[in-house]
Design a protein around this ligand. Structure first.
Ligand SMILES: Nc1nc2c(ncn2[C@@H]2O[C@H](COP(=O)(O)OP(=O)(O)OP(=O)(O)O)[C@@H](O)[C@H]2O)c(=O)[nH]1
Ligand SMILES: [Zn+2]
Length: 336
């Protein structure tokens, strides 16, 4: 029997499942507690199966095939998207630690009432594109400003093609367009700085007090961190929301083509440089420098790109060194 589409099952997952012989009965991980997964079998499952995660790195949002006896996870269906971070423990530093899986749309939350931060948004866009999810920019706390336009314009400038929504979680303004992104039983997630208004927005979406909202500390705009359990939450109407502290605070795990997508405008320019190996420094015929000089490209955006590329290279080099060391350790064992 095909898994429940209203739980988020889709064609891509189905194709992956068919490719492993349509084994078993896939269900979706709604929460994880110390080596145990709660697996929902259908969208209305109020009593999820509890299975052990033995030798598998399961994340909230994963579709898994439990063993026939229902005791452990046998397979993880190939993810359509994954939010990962570097595992923090030294030993397996370069194993990506998957925090959440199969997110279709990730909202990058910024707030009115503090200066717009293009550099942060650029970094979040890279992360979102790398994950495989589609980014949507959400500007919340619109109730704090008389004219949202200047902030909107500044952030939309770096959002390139990604949609930009304007909302207030506190006053429930603009909530329906956010929920529209969940149509088709999509799975949503929120990413953004602490205190930006994520919990308040989530509460407005769920139309109930699922999470405690921290009170603003005297004198600043930052809320207390109050979310504890990783959860897959059902949205009113249709769709799902993954809200885990891990995803919210995710650090940059660079892989794939996130940088190319988030900086598509700059990469387009680079294609027009006279020399293929242009460093975009002082070479003649550099389209990137020309755009900066003409005021068409913000030099801070270029610097931001350079930083992210450097970070990616450093990470890759570190990863290679790590792999070589691991290889050397394995060498003396010819039976491997
Ligand atoms: N004026 C106004 N204040 C808001 C809005 N949304 C959130 N706030 C306030 O901003 C503070 C932080 O909001 P939270 O929703 O806790 O922020 P968060 O992003 O979940 O914060 P973390 O849990 O630290 O990640 C709280 O005091 C909220 O009341 C809004 O739309 N308008
Ligand atoms: Zn150039």
């Amino acid at each position: 029997m095909e898994p429940d589409r209203s739980l988020g099952w889709n064609d891509a997952l189905d194709a992956s499942w068919q490719s492993i012989g349509a084994l078993g009965a896939p269900g979706r991980v709604s929460r994880i507690d110390r080596g145990w997964s709660s697996v929902m079998r259908h969208a209305d499952d109020t009593d999820p199966l509890r299975v052990r995660n033995l030798f598998v790195d399961v994340a909230v949002g994963d579709w898994v095939v439990p063993s026939d006896d229902g005791e452990r996870v046998d397979h993880i269906i190939e993810r359509t998207s994954a939010f990962t971070r570097r595992a923090s423990h030294e030993g397996d530093r370069f194993e990506a630690d998957v925090l959440a899986a199969n997110i279709d749309v990730v909202f990058l939350v910024h707030a009115f009432g503090s200066p717009p931060n293009q550099r942060r948004l650029e970094r979040e866009l890279v992360l979102a594109y790398d994950s495989g999810a589609e980014p949507v920019v959400v500007l919340t706390k619109v109730d704090l400003v008389a004219d949202p336009e200047p902030t909107r314009r500044e952030l939309a400038e770096v959002a390139l093609g990604a949609p930009v929504l304007i909302v207030s979680g506190l006053e429930s303004i603009g909530i329906d367009p956010v929920l529209d992104h969940a149509r088709g039983n999509k799975t949503l997630a929120f990413l953004g700085a602490s205190g930006v208004g994520k919990s308040t927005l989530v509460n407005a979406l769920l139309d109930s007090e699922v999470m405690d909202t921290g009170h603003v500390r005297e004198g600043d705009q930052r809320g207390r961190h109050t979310t504890v359990a990783a959860q897959l939450l059902r949205l009113p109407g249709e769709g799902w929301l993954i809200d885990t502290p891990g995803v919210r605070a995710v650090s940059l795990w660079l892989s794939g083509d996130g940088i190319e997508r988030a900086f598509a405008d700059v990469f387009d320019l680079m294609d027009h440089c006279r020399f293929r190996d242009c460093k975009h420094d002082r070479e003649p015929g550099c389209a990137v420098r020309a755009a900066v000089d003409a005021g068409d490209l913000d030099p801070r955006r270029l610097a931001s790109l350079e930083r992210l590329v450097a970070e990616e290279h450093a990470l890759e080099e570190e990863q290679e060194r790590f792999m070589r060391r691991a290889d050397r350790r394995r060498k003396p064992r010819p039976t491997d």
